[in-house]
Design a protein around this ligand. Structure first.
Ligand code: GLA
Length: 411
């Protein structure tokens, strides 16, 4: 077995600006140019995002299941289902319409919603969502057009932010299609400032797929930022996004979160065991929990997975520390651990292989400072017992055991 070293610590970028007191004439323009480009790289003063989000946002988004098939009745029905299913009470709050709600701009530049699909307008829809004790989110794109070719926000940042605030929007996901030649930090900062200027606390979800190193600048700009390409409803895609997002764990914390993309739980491409693993690993990663299934028709088993209060409590832990891979045996048998407030650890024994296997969690590897720990299974909702030094069990293929380890102080 291969123990992993502790998480990577990000090193600040060192800039070397020539300081020769007598630079030759030829060197002066070069030194000046270097100094200017170095200044451009210096950190800008930190302005917080428009809304504080102390724990990872939870909600629902239309894209994974419905793509462009969005409508007033879908959003109202989803808000109803969020309440009736117990998801609201489990912590899910934001109901977000993704791409395709918008069709044009009016003569004065105001963004126009599809009046056939949203006959009552967006303001009335937001009011309905709010009347259910939920929050309302919408989608735009920093470029000229959205990924589905609808009008983007480029050149309309202030106008769109005002429109959204006027509609009662609480959350905006800003995508990055058709943004060739633009600088991502600049565009997202511009939109953050436009949202802040409205005076309404609006969550900014940055969606440039990790293509401009958002972990280096997005914590001061948005509340969450995508670290990966779009998730697909498959075991391989889910694990790929986990591995990519895990590389930036040290950057996450209260108010600013890595986003490995929305949940696929309940969409049919994975088994329930795989969906339990998906949910568990998103919780270990302090990932936003944005459901992406049809809440109106979901099965009891899907609802049970999405509303597991003990797993959600891990995701929403107030310390806000993203978990890490702490042990791996080859590429398939892994132990992931997340530090929780109060000294406990959430631990996922992950079996990525096609056959069942025994996986051991050594307590010292999870960071626990005690010889013994109480072990609780967060899917069985059972205390398993108190163990010394380690806990080991057989994990079925493509599954996790999701545990909470509470250190027991030695007497
Ligand atoms: C991009 C985003 C997705 C979704 C679509 C909509 O692919 O990454 O999450 O918003 O655009 O077109």
């Amino acid at each position: 077995m291969t123990p992993l070293t502790s998480p990577l610590v990000r090193r600040p970028l060192r800039l070397h600006i020539p300081t020769d007191p007598n630079p030759s004439r030829l060197m002066r323009p070069l030194a000046a140019a270097l100094a200017i480009s170095a200044l451009a790289l210096l950190p800008v003063p930190s302005v917080p995002p428009a809304a504080p989000v102390l724990t990872p946002p939870m909600g629902w988004n239309s894209w994974n299941h419905f793509a462009c098939d969005v409508s007033d009745s879908l959003i109202r029905g989803t808000a109803d289902a969020m309440v009736l299913s117990g998801m609201r009470d489990a912590g899910y709050r934001y109901v977000v319409i993704d791409d395709c709600w918008q069709v044009a701009r009016a003569a004065d530049g105001t963004i126009v919603a599809d009046s056939a699909r949203f006959p009552h307008g967006i303001r009335a829809l937001a009011d309905y969502v709010h009347s259910k004790g939920l929050l309302f989110g919408i989608y735009t794109d920093a470029g000229t057009k959205t990924c589905q070719g609808r009008p983007g926000t480029l050149g309309h940042e202030v106008q769109d932010a005002r429109t959204y605030a006027g509609w009662g929007v609480d959350y905006v996901k800003e995508d990055w299609c058709n943004a060739g030649g633009l600088d991502a930090p600049t565009q997202y900062r511009m939109f953050r400032d436009a949202l802040r200027a409205t005076g309404r606390p609006i969550v900014l979800s940055i969606c440039e797929w990790g293509s401009n190193q958002p972990w280096e600048w997005a914590p001061q700009v948005g509340n969450l930022w995508r670290t990966t390409d779009d998730i697909a409803d498959s075991w391989g895609s889910m694990l790929g996004n986990l591995d990519q997002s895990a590389q930036h764990a040290s950057v996450a914390g209260p108010g600013h979160w890595n986003d490995p993309d929305m949940l696929e739980v309940g969409n049919g491409g994975m088994t329930d065991a795989e969906y339990r693993a998906h949910m568990s690993l998103w919780a270990i990663q302090a990932a936003p929990l944005i459901a992406g299934n049809d809440l109106r028709t979901m099965s009891d088993s899907t609802r049970t997975i999405l509303t597991n209060a003990e797993v959600i409590a891990v995701d929403q832990d107030s310390l806000g520390a993203q978990g890490y891979l702490v042990w791996t045996d080859g590429p398939s048998l892994q132990v992931w651990a997340r530090k929780l407030s109060g000294g406990a650890r959430a631990v996922a024994l992950l079996n990525r292989a096609d056959t069942a296997a025994r996986i051991t969690a050594w307590f010292s590897r999870t960071g626990i400072r005690a010889d013994s720990a109480r072990v609780r299974d967060l899917w069985l909702h059972q205390d398993i017992g108190t163990f010394r030094g380690q806990y080991a069990d057989t994990v079925p293929a493509h599954a996790v055991r999701m545990l909470r380890l509470t250190p027991v102080s030695s007497r």
